[in-house]
Every structure is written in C-alpha cells, then in structure tokens.
Design a protein. Structure first.
Length: 148
C-alpha cells in the first residue's frame, strides 16, 4: 500500500479502489497538477481561483518558482470537501469575533464618556488581525459538478 502524505494512506487507498471500480465519477473539468492532499502529480479537479490562490500564485511567480496548478485527484476530492467546510465555518466565526471586538472596544470607550476617533485605528487593526487568523488553515474550494 502506498503511503500518502499527512496520514491519509488508508482512506486514499480505499477511495482509489472505489474510483477504479467506477463508484465515484465526476463530470467536473479535469486538469493536470499537484494534488493538495496526496502530493502526486495527477489529473483532477482544479481549485477555484480566489484571492488567496491568486496571492500565492503571484508570490511564487515573483520568486521565480514554476507554476503548479492545485488540484484534488478523484481519490482525495471527498476528503477535501469537508476540510473546506471547516475553513468556511472558521472564517464566518472569526467575522463575528472581529465585529464583537470592534463593538466592545468602541462601546467600552463610549461607556466611559469619551469616544475618541483615534480609537478607530486600533479597532480596525485588531479586527483585521482577527480576520486573518483562519487563513492559517486555508483550504481551497474545488470546482465540482454538483455545485458545491
């Protein structure tokens, strides 16, 4: 059994056998690239281009590194979708934390009888830091045929 990166050996091998048996097929567009989970250069479903993907591609280009398309092979795609859902849930939770931070900072200042405008700058910086935290565990979305 081939050992995959990040401990997905058993799940990936089971999914590989399901794909070979024809149990999992996808009408999604296919591209050749590097799978985000198993790390193999295969054909699979490409990652949707968003701000984070564009940033990393331009950063790699700036450093003179070759461009590699991020894909999810058929075997790893079912494992990628829940990871993206966890990232999106974390992102929405951190939006609430950022709004709460700004609200409590400004409301606390107003409760003591003053509301200096310079307080908006630290509130905005703190909210931006809170909003960037979930991107430490960023996982791209993939173009699937069922619209997910």
């Amino acid at each position: 059994m081939k050992k995959h990166r990040r401990g997905f050996s058993q799940k990936c091998s089971t999914l590989h056998s399901d794909v070979k048996k024809g149990k999992m097929t996808s009408g999604s567009p296919r591209e050749r690239g590097v799978c985000i989970l198993c790390g193999g250069e295969k054909e699979g479903v490409p990652a949707q281009k968003d701000a984070a993907i564009s940033f990393f591609r331009s950063f790699r280009k700036l450093l003179g590194m070759e461009e590699k398309h991020t894909i999810a092979c058929n075997a790893c795609l079912p494992l990628c979708l829940p990871k993206r859902a966890v990232f999106e849930k974390s992102l929405s939770r951190h939006r609430l934390y950022a709004m709460g931070f700004v609200f409590f900072l400004l409301a606390g200042s107003a409760a003591f009888g003053s509301f200096p405008l310079w307080l908006l700058l630290p509130a905005a910086i703190g909210a931006a830091i809170i909003l960037l935290l979930p991107f430490g565990r960023y996982f791209p979305a993939f173009k699937t045929s069922d619209g997910k």
